[in-house]
Design a protein around this ligand. Structure first.
Ligand code: KG4
Ligand code: ZN
Length: 336
């Protein structure tokens, strides 16, 4: 069978990305142009600034992806692109480029849900991984516990009722003056902090629910910090980071393990930016061993936003005949 070459484009937040893949799971190139430095001074992503930067970056990033793969536009068989969820202005830059290319090259356009892309990152790194499995997707915008029944077939078991896990990391990091994005900074500081120093709440909602809630924990951490400041007491940043991190991760790990046991799965797959967290991986590895559940996570580069994961998801959609038409619009609050 002829190889299928996918060009994938991702621009849902603050990274302009393009990638080329062979047969869905093999990366020929993967270009990520990050805007982190641009947004750092604002303490978070500024949507309008992100859109403008995507416009500047998109063409050179796509060209670099082709050059790195030693291919030209004529070699492309299908185009995959993120059409939601994300920032509408940012999404439109990647989507318009993908539509223009699909039209001019007369190749199929495949709109991909960004969250599906995060799950698919695992298919690239683990060539023998196939559904079904339980997947925990934890990123700056999403916290989902999902039953992945087949390629492109999902049942959402639970999700966050307020803040996403990564968002909680970023907000606490900001309050601690650690800068943006906060997740990696908290991860690093936690290694030298005492995770038992402060007893922050673990919010399970109720025994039956697979939903998450992090706003109470976030308020508890902010209240703790403010009261220390008011009393002019010493603030041990690494202890706050480690204790906060432990409270977030404990709930994520316990609910995922419970979902796997309840639904009869022996495989849990992690996805999204927070899946890069070293303590999260350590806790999952430990609990996985204890319960004889196989734990898989993507390489660090494929945890955070990239286009290779979008290309992989697009490939499986294409095989199932799920092709978009050129009227496809950005859907900022697209659900899984
Ligand atoms: O998947 P991603 O790149 O973008 C979204 O789709 O949201 O995730 C970014 C999020 C940010 O909130 C960032 O702080 C968090 O992932 N993150 C981490 C780590 N690396 C990135 N959180 C905890 N520990 C990390 N090592
Ligand atoms: Zn993402």
């Amino acid at each position: 069978m002829k190889d299928i070459i996918t060009l994938a484009i991702e621009s849902s937040c603050d990274e302009t990305c393009a990638a080329v893949l062979k047969n869905g799971r093999y990366i020929l190139s993967n270009v990520v142009s990050t805007q982190i430095d641009l947004h750092k001074k604002f303490g978070g992503v500024v949507p309008e600034v992100a859109s403008r930067k995507h416009i500047e970056n998109i063409q050179p990033v796509i060209q670099k992806a082709l050059d790195d793969a030693n291919l030209t536009f004529n070699d492309i068989d299908i185009i995959g692109v993120t059409y939601g969820p994300g920032l509408v202005g940012a999404l439109l830059v990647g989507l318009s480029s993908a539509k223009a290319l699909a039209f001019s090259l007369s190749v199929p356009l495949i709109g991909v849900n960004h969250v599906e892309g995060h799950i698919a990152a695992n298919f690239i790194d683990h060539k023998d991984l196939n559904p079904p499995f339980i997947c925990l997707i934890v990123s700056g915008g999403h916290t989902h516990l999902v039953e992945v029944k087949d390629y492109g077939e999902y049942e959402v078991l639970g999700k966050t009722r307020d803040d996403a896990a990564g968002e909680a990391f970023d907000k606490i990091a900001r309050a601690l003056d650690l800068g943006y994005p906060g997740g990696p900074k908290i991860d690093k500081l936690s290694k030298i902090g005492n995770k038992n120093a402060i007893e922050f709440p673990r919010v399970y909602i109720d025994d039956e629910s697979f939903d998450f809630s992090f706003s109470g924990l976030k308020s508890a951490a902010l209240n703790y910090l403010n009261s220390k400041k008011m009393k002019n007491e010493d603030i041990v940043v690494e202890d706050i980071a480690a204790s906060f991190q432990e409270a977030v991760l404990e709930v994520l790990v316990n609910k995922s393990i419970k979902a796997a046991i309840t639904k009869g799965y022996d495989k849990i797959v992690l996805a999204g930016g927070v899946a890069a967290n070293s303590r999260l991986r350590e806790m999952f590895d430990e609990k996985g061993k204890e319960h004889k559940i196989d734990i898989k996570y993507p390489s660090l580069a494929l945890c955070t936003d990239n286009a290779a994961m979008i290309g992989c998801a697009a490939y499986y959609d294409y095989l199932k005949g799920k092709v978009s038409d050129l009227n496809l619009n950005a859907v900022p609050n697209l659900k899984l």
